[in-house]
Design a protein around this ligand. Structure first.
Ligand code: GDP
Ligand code: MG
Length: 450
C-alpha cells in the first residue's frame, strides 16, 4: 500500500543523522513512484515532488539536527495541501470543508456523477446527516428517470433515513421534477432539498446538458460530485469532465472502505480545485465521514507521530527555557527542578523513544538514563517523586536525608530505593551535562530548539 511504501522510505530517511541533497532527491524519486503506483495523476505527482524537493533541499533542513524528521514534516504538509487542507484553504483546523447550509432556505444540494458511483446512497446518507447532525428539515427527490426503479430506490432509502422524499409522478422529466421539488419544499418549510440526479456509464453530452438544465432551474448552493474512489485514474478523468461542465462546489469520494490505492483522493483536489467534503465508507446510511485532509495525510504517511513531534518540539520547548537551562548548567546548577522540567518536556514530546535521534547532544544523558533502567513509565514515576519534594529540596538535593526520602517515597507512592534512583540519575546527568558543555553541545541544542 501507499502508506507502507512511504513509511519505508521515511524510516530510512529518519534513520540517518545527516542528509545530503542527493539523499533527499533519492527519497523523492521513491515517493514519486509510490504516488504513481497509487494512481495519483502524473501532473499532480510531478508538481507535488517539485514542491517538496524545493523545500526539503534547503540549508535550514539539511543542516538541522533532525533533517529526516523535517523532510517527513514537509511531505506531510504538502500532502495536506494537496488534499485541500493547506493554510489558505477554506477548511477548519484539520482542513474539513463543511456543507454550506446557511443560505436562504430551501438550500438546494445537487448530486452529480456517473451511474453506480454511489449518488443515491450518498444522497440518503447526507439527508440523514442533515436531519440528525444539523437538526434541519431535509427532503430528497430523485431526478433519475433513466434507470428503472431508481426513484423507488431513493424512496426506500428515505424511509430508512427518516427523510421525506418527493412523491413520484410517472413520466415527469428531470427539470420538471426539480421545479416540483422546490415548490413542495417551500410549501412545507423544508430547509434543505437534495436532488439525486441520473448518471450514465460514461460522461456524454446528453448527461451534461441535463445537469446544466437542472442546475439552472434549481440554482443549487452545493453541487457535489460523487466519485467512486476504487476507479482510480478513471475517477480523476470523470472529475475533470464534470468540473469543466458544471460548477462543482465539492466532492464526495465513495467506497473509501474498499482497498482503494488512495490516488483518487490525492488527485481530486488538484484536478477539480474543489474540496473533498465527505468520504463514503460503507453501504449503511451512517457510513459517511467528514473528510479531514490532515487525518487522511497522517493515515497515508503513517507518520502522524513524527509530524506532531516536530510540531510539538517547536512549541513545547521554549528557546528562553533552553537558554536559561544552558546558563544554569554552565554554572554547574543543574538541580532537580531543572531535571523535572526536562523530563516533562520529554513527555510532552512523546517520551523516551521519541528522543532517539532527536538530540545528538543528549546522547550521553540518554545513555545514563537508560543505564539506570528508564522507560516511559518510569518517567511518570520520577515526576511524581520529584513532585513530592519541596522546591527547596529540588534545588538542593543534599537536603534529602533518610527521613525526608521516606516522606517523598510515601508521598509519591514509591519506595525509598526509587527516590534514590532519581537522585542517582540526577547526579549522572549533571556529570553528562558538564561533558556536553565541554563539547559545546548546548549551543547546538539551543539552535535546534529555535
Ligand atoms: P448511483 O448509481 O450513483 O446512484 O449509485 P448507488 O447509490 O445506487 O450505489 C451503487 C452501489 O454502491 C450500491 O450497492 C451501494 O450500496 C454501494 N455504495 C455506495 N456508496 C458506498 C460506499 O461508500 N462504500 C461501499 N462499500 N458501497 C457503497
Ligand atoms: Mg442512483
Amino acid at each position: 500500500a501507499l502508506s507502507d511504501r512511504l513509511g519505508n522510505t521515511f524510516d530510512r530517511l529518519r534513520g540517518r543523522g545527516a542528509l545530503r541533497e542527493q539523499d533527499v532527491r533519492d527519497a523523492m524519486r521513491e515517493v514519486r513512484i509510490a504516488l504513481l503506483e497509487a494512481d495519483v495523476a502524473l501532473p499532480v505527482a510531478r508538481d507535488f515532488i517539485a514542491k517538496v524537493t524545493e523545500k526539503a533541499v534547503g540549508e535550514s533542513v539539511l543542516k538541522s539536527v533532525t533533517p529526516g524528521q523535517q523532510v517527513v514534516k514537509i511531505v506531510n504538509d504538502e500532502l495536506v495541501a494537496m488534499l485541500g487542507g493547506g493554510a489558505n484553504a477554506e477548511g477548519g483546523e484539520d482542513g474539513h470543508v463543511p456543507l454550506t447550509l446557511d443560505a436562504k432556505p430551501p438550500v438546494v444540494i445537487m448530486m452529480v456523477g456517473l451511474q453506480g458511483s454511489g449518488k443515491t446512497t450518498s444522497t440518503a446518507k447526507l439527508g440523514k446527516l442533515i436531519r440528525e447532525k444539523h437538526g434541519k428539515k431535509a427532503m430528497m427527490a430523485s431526478l433519475d428517470v433513466n434507470r428503472p426503479a431508481a426513484q423507488e430506490q431513493l424512496a426506500v432509502l428515505g424511509e430508512q433515513a427518516q427523510v421525506d422524499t418527493l412523491p413520484i409522478i410517472e413520466g415527469q422529466q428531470p427539470v420538471d421534477i426539480a421545479r416540483r421539488a422546490l415548490e413542495s419544499a417551500k410549501l412545507r418549510n423544508v430547509d434543505v432539498v437534495l436532488l439525486d440526479t441520473a448518471g450514465r456509464l460514461h460522461v456524454d453530452e446528453a448527461l451534461m446538458a441535463e445537469m446544466k438544465a437542472v442546475a439552472s432551474v434549481a440554482t443549487p448552493t452545493e453541487v457535489l460530485l460523487v466519485v467512486d474512489s476504487l476507479t482510480g485514474q478513471d475517477a480523476v478523468n470523470v472529475a475533470q469532465s464534470f468540473s469543466d461542465e458544471v460548477p462543482l462546489t465539492g466532492v464526495i469520494l465513495t467506497r473509501m472502505d474498499g482497498d482503494a490505492r488512495g490516488g483518487a483522493a490525492l488527485s481530486m483536489r488538484a484536478v477539480t480545485g474543489k474540496p473533498i467534503k465527505f468520504a463514503g465508507v460503507g453501504e449503511k446510511l451512517d457510513a459517511l465521514e467528514a473528510f479531514h485532509p490532515r487525518r487522511v495525510a497522517e493515515r497515508i504517511l503513517g507518520m502522524g507521530d513524527v509530524v506532531s513531534l516536530v510540531e510539538k518540539a517547536a512549541e513545547s520547548i521554549k528557546v528562553e527555557e533552553a537558554e536559561l537551562l544552558a546558563k544554569r548548567m554552565a554554572k554547574g546548577q543543574f538541580d532537580l527542578n531543572d531535571l523535572r522540567m526536562q523530563l516533562q518536556q520529554m513527555q510532552n514530546m512523546g517520551g523516551l523513544g521519541m528522543l532517539a535521534g532527536m538530540m545528538p547532544g543528549m546522547k550521553k544523558a540518554k545513555q545514563a538514563m537508560q543505564a539506570s533502567g528508564m522507560d516511559d513509565k518510569v518517567l511518570v514515576h520520577m515526576d511524581a517523586i520529584m513532585g513530592s519534594m519541596t522546591p527547596k529540596e529540588r534545588a538542593n538535593p543534599a537536603l534529602l536525608n533518610a527521613k525526608r526520602k521516606k516522606r517523598v517515597a510515601a508521598g509519591s507512592g514509591t519506595q525509598v530505593q526509587d527516590v534514590n534512583k532519581v537522585l542517582k540519575m540526577h547526579q549522572e546527568m549533571s556529570r553528562a551535562m558538564k561533558q556536553i558543555k565541554k563539547m559545546g553541545g548546548m549551543k547546538g541544542l539551543a539552535a535546534m530548539l529555535g
